[in-house]
Design a protein around this ligand. Sequence first.
Ligand SMILES: C[S@@+](CC[C@H](N)C(=O)[O-])C[C@H]1O[C@@H](n2cnc3c(N)ncnc32)[C@H](O)[C@@H]1O
Length: 260
Amino acid sequence: MGGTSVDGNLAAAGLAGQFDDLAELYEEFSRQPFRQELEFPSVLAALGDVSGLRVLDFGCGSGVYTRKLAGLGAAVTGVDESRGMVAYAQRREQDDPVGARYLAGPVPAELAGTMDVVLGVYVLPYTTTIAELTGLCRTAADALRPGGVFVTLPIHPRFHRDGDYYAPYGFRLRESERNDGSPVVLDLRALGHEATVTARYWTEDTLNAVLGEVGFETVDWLPHRTSAAETDVSAMAYFRPYLSVPHAALLRCVKGKARL
Ligand SMILES: C[S@@+](CC[C@H](N)C(=O)[O-])C[C@H]1O[C@@H](n2cnc3c(N)ncnc32)[C@H](O)[C@@H]1O
């Protein structure tokens, strides 16, 4: 795949419609050291032991986490509104079955209250209004049993102002301003694949308020980590800039016992 610019399609397709043709890019991106040795260990640590748990991978994309969590013994359902992404994930499951289930479209109502864990990696940035952000967080909360956990990665409200800061990790960010809903343009590059997608910025106060409003009683902002050894000088030199100023926040939210 050469360069893909999807901005022109956004008005018709919505921000999530950007992803129909990007499954291969996200698969390639998932093989990069940034995801393998930093993002995946950080997210898996935030989730804890998922063996035997019912997990919804909300905005599963090409199924990178769906497969990973199925391999760790979870009963995982991946849901994504991009049919292109789900078709790709289903083909992967057919070719190399790990027991992951995929659904295209909205989260089905019958899943309400059934999940121990909802994972939403890089999904909140693709809402465009506070009403949409609230709706997406409410969908995650509704899918969970009381006491269930939602782990999600919005754009970090304090990501680095130099967009090239993240170039060593395979992407660049371009922003205009830092208000709720402000566009943040991501230029992604992975092993010959490149694409531009438009995400949205949400402030820390808004994220905390919205997550609280939909029923999460705790919202913890966790640090990222790397699986690289502290003694691996070159790996630590590579990952430290990201660890000190991450582009994504890592939130672990616990659903309250009382429904709001
Ligand atoms: C940046 S991709 C991330 C995919 C995957 N979570 C990963 O980490 O590789 C964001 C995905 O969220 C999906 N998405 C965005 N809004 C959604 C919504 N409201 N419901 C379901 N999927 C959504 C998009 O279609 C896209 O596949």
